[in-house]
Design a protein around this ligand. Structure first.
Ligand SMILES: [Zn+2]
Length: 286
């Protein structure tokens, strides 16, 4: 059976040059030929996950702005309703005052026609009572008028607040929409770039990447630095580290602990002192 490495080599031979990650080494110099592409794919996947999460937050932001506006509108409606009720109450009290005053006048008019002392006293009693009620209603009317002044101020302030909210919400909404469009554009570009990078990778490696990424929250590869898996911190066996540096490496190596696909960005010369002649030769190269 044809080795995985040979198939990857064949697949990568028609691909553009991999991106240089380090001034002194490119990824393809020291590892499995498809890994550099997967590293780029992973970077894009992390970016797109972040973009998607940002985009998912936008509708809630818009809902928050709508709620802010609707709250300001509710305050105006409530203040106007209070104003209407206050006017109604004032009208009713005005009428009460008038009615009690009319009644007092009517009793007073009757005083000239009474024949007995008792009837006269009774009329005076009624007049006193009607005047007291009129005065009580006038006091209440004054209270209601004062409340009315306060309500008028509330109507004005809630209307001003609503105008302010409308202006602020309109500008924030525009910002949110622009951010959405920008992020959507970035997401589309990243998705296209990912497809371009991912498609030429052999199917079995693509499947492996997808499976691992699914299990590890979108991360399938872990860099090895100072002989440690950066995915979980476990020490990677020295011979695996050496293999990661070899360009005739036929295998994809995964961390024994976390299962992520291992890769390295470190130059082989500084990293494999036991690789006899290779390390010395590399380090003595001018
Ligand atoms: Zn690990």
């Amino acid at each position: 059976m044809e080795s995985l490495w040979r198939r990857l080599r064949a697949a990568s031979s028609f691909l553009p040059e991999p991106v240089a990650r380090d001034p002194c080494v490119t990824l393809a110099d020291c590892m499995h030929p498809a890994i550099p592409r997967l590293v780029d794919v992973q970077e894009i996947d992390h970016q797109t996950a972040s973009l998607r999460s940002d985009l998912e937050r936008l509708p809630a932001l818009v809902r928050g702005l709508d709620a802010q506006l609707s709250g300001a509108l509710t305050d105006v409606v409530a203040a106007k309703e209070a104003h209407t009720n206050n006017l109604k109450e004032r009208k009713k009290l005005e009428l009460d005052v008038q009615q009690w005053k009319d009644r007092a006048r009517k009793y007073r008019d009757q005083t000239g026609a009474v024949k007995t002392n008792e009837a006269y006293k009774a009329l005076l009693q009624e007049i006193g009572n009607a005047e007291a009620e009129a005065s009580k209603a006038e006091d209440l009317e004054l209270d209601v008028m004062m409340k009315g002044d306060e309500i008028d101020r509330r109507v004005k302030s809630t209307e001003a607040q609503l105008r302010e909210s409308e202006a602020s919400v309109t500008s924030q909404r525009k910002k949110v929409e622009a951010e959405g469009l920008e992020k959507k554009k970035l997401l589309d570009a990243a998705t296209a770039k990912r497809e371009q990078l991912f498609a030429p990778i052999p199917e079995d490696l693509r499947d492996l990447y997808t499976r691992i990424a699914k299990r590890h929250n979108g991360t399938a590869l872990a860099r090895v630095r100072d002989d440690q898996c950066m995915g979980c911190g476990l020490r990677v066996l020295p011979h695996i580290v050496q293999l990661l540096h070899r360009d005739d490496n036929e295998e994809v190596h995964r961390c024994e602990n976390c299962g992520l696909i291992l890769y390295t960005l470190e130059p082989a010369a500084t990293h494999s002192p036991s690789a006899s002649g290779n390390a010395e030769a590399a380090s003595s190269t001018p």
